[in-house]
Design a protein around this ligand. Structure first.
Ligand SMILES: Cc1cc2nc3c(=O)[nH]c(=O)nc-3n(C[C@H](O)[C@H](O)[C@H](O)COP(=O)(O)O)c2cc1C
Length: 181
C-alpha cells in the first residue's frame, strides 16, 4: 500500500511557486507514495494557554500528521530562515509535551528561492527544528531550487524538463528513506 505523505508548504500565497512544486512532486512521485498537502495557513499562533481547550484547527492538523507515514516540506526562505507559518505548524504539532505528532516520521525537505541560493538557510533551519522533534530527514539527495521563477513551462505550473529530472531523483530516493522507519 502507498505510504501517506503529509506535505507542508511554507508559503501561504495563492500563486506560490512552492505550492506549484509540491503539486508537481505529487505528479512525479511513484506509486509508493501518496502525497497530500496539509494546510498550515489556518492554524492559530501557538499559545500554550490554549491547550486547555485547543482550537479545532490544531486538533485537525495534529490528527492529519499523526496518521501520515512521512513529512515532506516544500518551502521558501524568509529572511534567511523558516517562514513563520511553517515554524508555527511545527510548534503546534510538537505539543502537548510528550504527545508530539512528529515523533519518528521520516521526512524530506525541498527549498526554493528566486535567488540563486535555493533557500539553503531555510533548508537547514527546518532541519534544525526537525532534529529536536525527532523527524529523521533524508540527507541525500538534497533539493535546493534557485531561480524558482524560471523552472516552470509556459503553462506556469509544469516543471521544465531539467528541474523535473532533478526532483524525480529526489522523489525516487524518498520511498527508500520512508521504508527504513
Ligand atoms: C518576507 C520575505 C522574505 C524573503 N526572504 C528571502 C530570503 O531570505 N532568501 C531568499 O532567497 N528569498 C527570500 N524571499 C524571496 C522568496 O524567495 C520569493 O518571494 C519566493 O517566491 C517565495 O516563495 P513562494 O513563491 O512559494 O511564495 C523572501 C520573500 C518574502 C516575502
Amino acid at each position: 500500500m502507498a505510504k501517506k505523505i503529509a506535505v507542508l508548504v511554507g508559503s501561504l500565497r495563492k500563486e506560490s511557486y512552492n505550492r506549484k512544486i509540491a503539486n508537481e512532486l505529487a505528479r512525479i512521485s511513484g506509486d509508493d507514495l501518496q502525497l497530500e498537502i496539509v494546510e498550515i495557513g489556518n492554524l492559530p499562533f501557538y499559545n500554550e494557554d490554549l491547550e486547555q481547550s485547543p482550537p479545532q484547527e490544531w486538533l485537525d492538523f495534529r490528527e492529519k500528521i499523526k496518521y501520515s507515514d512521512g513529512i515532506l516540506v516544500v518551502s521558501p526562505e524568509y529572511n534567511r530562515t523558516i517562514p513563520a507559518a511553517l515554524k508555527n505548524a511545527i510548534d503546534v504539532g510538537s505539543r502537548p509535551y510528550g504527545q508530539s505528532v512528529w515523533d519518528g516520521k521520516p521526512g524530506a525537505v525541498v527549498t526554493s528561492s528566486v535567488s540563486a541560493m535555493g533557500g539553503l538557510a531555510a533548508n537547514h533551519h527546518i532541519r534544525q527544528a526537525f532534529v529536536f522533534v525527532n523527524v529523521p530527514l533524508m540527507q541525500q539527495p538534497e533539493a535546493y531550487i534557485g531561480s524558482v521563477h524560471n523552472i516552470f513551462q509556459e503553462d506556469g505550473k509544469t516543471l521544465v524538463e531539467r528541474t523535473e529530472a532533478y526532483l524525480k531523483k529526489f522523489m525516487d530516493a524518498y520511498p527508500n528513506w520512508v521504508n527504513k522507519f
